[in-house]
Design a protein around this ligand. Structure first.
Ligand code: 5GP
Length: 172
């Protein structure tokens, strides 16, 4: 059984997500946006972000996979694609749980651009800058974190711990 230490509390998450929601609202004043959640990890973040977003918006989901256990396979596969008619001409905000090597976002941004959105923005709760393989900067970042394997608030370790209401790290 792994030991999990708290890294970011529920209260800290709540406060920062409210700030991001307000920033997105300002950036898209007078426009509609589509929050596109990258399943499964970003579900919790997307739901809370949308609940705090005081504007007209839609929800969509995309699913890719690249991770098994603690290791990225480096090989990204599209498991649930987006429908072109749900993206074309819209302001799409790709919502991810964490950016690590940058490969997933690099793949996803290229993929959605082919579907002709009006605009694409990237929003990530956690950023592990030290691990980047592909250069990538998200438009909205919740927290920059150290190179630790994190779980909770949607993030898993072999499908467990997604239900923790905080971000924790696996203590070795
Ligand atoms: P990237 O493609 O940027 O290397 O990785 C993005 C994906 O890797 C995330 O969506 C997430 O599923 C997984 N990932 C990267 N670091 C962590 C981590 O510390 N904990 C968990 N649970 N998943 C991670």
């Amino acid at each position: 059984m792994e030991k999990i230490e708290v890294m970011i509390s529920e209260l800290e998450l709540d406060k920062r997500i409210q700030e991001i929601a307000s920033q997105i609202k300002k950036d898209f004043e007078g426009e509609e946006v589509v929050f596109c959640s990258v399943l499964k990890g970003a579900i919790f973040f997307t739901v809370d972000l949308m609940k705090k977003y005081d504007g007209i918006c839609e929800l969509d989901c995309v699913r890719v996979s690249s991770y098994e256990g603690e290791n990225s396979t480096g090989n990204i596969t599209l498991k649930i694609p987006l429908k072109k008619e749900h993206v074309e001409g819209k302001n799409l905000i790709l919502v991810e749980d964490i950016v690590d090597t940058g490969r997933t976002f690099d793949y996803l941004v290229k993929y959605v651009k082919e579907l002709n959105p009006k605009a694409v923005k990237t929003c990530v709760l956690l950023d592990k800058k030290a691990r980047r393989v592909v250069p990538f900067e998200a438009d909205y970042v919740g927290f920059s974190i150290d190179d630790l394997f994190v779980v909770g608030y949607g993030l898993d370790y072999n499908e467990k711990y997604r239900n923790l209401p905080y971000i924790g790290y696996v203590k070795n």
